[in-house]
Ligand binder design. Structure first.
Ligand SMILES: Cc1cc2nc3c(=O)[nH]c(=O)nc-3n(C[C@H](O)[C@H](O)[C@H](O)COP(=O)(O)O)c2cc1C
Length: 340
């Protein structure tokens, strides 16, 4: 019992320590992994309130940005708020190095987006429509192209003093696990950090993450490696650290509806009570209404996220059903009164 407490405190000290990524110092070892549809500026700002060290936007098409240089369509996905976000990375996907050169330029010369901490390149997305273009996890099968993409992005980013990182998976399928060698090539091309989701593309999100591949990747590179896949609490982080020695920990699904997870892990703080929970849900909702500019559209978009805040609550199923039909903030506020 005493030893457990000692080990937890030792692990907390490691997690609380800063990490250097290129010329950027991240205040602690916890990151919010990018989650399309969730990790937009409002949710990321809330995670910052609970002390997350690093967050990332959802993946945005480098080519899409090239076709939209004034960022009329893409700004909502790229948006950051340097007044509420500490370290934030902007994630791009694509398959053409020239697109990355141009997109990086557009982002980094923008008065607000240029304040991001770094650029991240998606080499892990398993979705057919992305992979079909040769982007996302398809790049794991084409390390030469992947290197050219990192190189092109890093060349532009260096002019703005920003590091570039990559987010990869273990490999394409179980017969072609190549993350360790691949990560080394990305480091040689200019990647200052690697995040590895320890599943193959074939697994999508099924089965469990094989953290041994994280360990092998850590052994191959000198840049910091964030381990990712199935982290849910201090205990799983301690296990990943013991097994892999990775420098940072990226938490994805376990942060959905649970931005407190970062504070809990860092400071052993209590779970939120009902008042805290409702306060954060309303803040998230209000932020989305302002961002989208239309209450009912914002609520429709946010229904799944609102529902995710209810995990583990006694009458969650009933409240979730009501949320799925709600169209106004007033209705949501009345529904939230049912939380016990
Ligand atoms: C709904 C959803 C959206 C995701 N969107 C992205 C994304 O935009 N970019 C990315 O690199 N990874 C994305 N991922 C992968 C996560 O960042 C993470 O690698 C994966 O969920 C494993 O971590 P976890 O077990 O902590 O959830 C997404 C995952 C999910 C479930």
């Amino acid at each position: 019992m005493k030893k457990d407490h000692f080990d937890s405190e030792k692990m907390r000290k490691i997690i609380q320590s800063p990490l250097q990524i290129g010329n950027v110092i991240v205040k602690n070892r916890l990151a919010l992994a990018p989650l399309a549809g969730t990790t937009e500026v409002v949710f990321r700002s809330i995670c910052n309130q609970f002390n997350v060290g690093l967050t990332t936007t959802e993946l945005v098409s480098a080519r899409g940005i090239c076709y939209d240089p004034k960022l009329i369509r893409n700004y909502c996905y790229l948006e950051i708020d340097p007044t509420k976000e500490d370290q934030v990375s902007i994630q791009l996907f694509g398959h053409d190095p020239a697109d990355f050169t141009k997109a990086a330029q557009i982002i980094l010369q923008h008065p607000v987006l240029g304040k991001c901490s770094m650029l991240d390149i998606n080499m892990g997305c398993p979705m057919k429509k992305i992979v079909k273009q040769g982007a996302g996890s398809a790049l794991l099968t084409n390390p030469i192209l992947a290197q050219r993409i990192v190189n092109s992005t890093a060349e532009v980013a260096a002019r703005y003093n920003k590091p570039v990182s990559v987010k990869i998976r273990s490999g394409w399928d179980r017969e072609s696990i190549n993350a360790p060698e691949f990560a080394k090539l990305m480091q040689e091309a200019g990647s200052a950090m690697i995040t590895i989701h320890a599943r193959t593309r074939e697994q999508i999100y099924s089965g469990s993450a094989d953290w041994n591949v994280i360990k092998q990747t850590v052994e191959q590179v000198s840049v910091p490696v964030y381990g990712n896949g199935d982290l849910t609490d201090l205990d799983s982080i301690s296990k990943m650290y013991d097994q892999t020695g990775c420098a940072g920990f990226a938490i994805g699904r376990a942060a959905l509806g649970n931005p407190w997870i970062f504070r809990e892990i860092l400071n052993n703080s209590c779970r939120p009570d009902r008042v805290d929970l409702v306060e954060v849900i309303v803040k998230h909702l209000d932020g989305m209404i302002v961002k989208i500019g239309d209450e009912s559209v914002a609520i429709k978009k946010m229904r799944p996220q609102l529902a995710s805040y209810l995990k583990g609550k006694r009458n969650a199923a009933k409240i979730r059903n009501l949320i799925m039909k709600a169209n106004s903030k007033q209705e949501i506020l009345e529904i939230l009164n049912l939380i016990q």
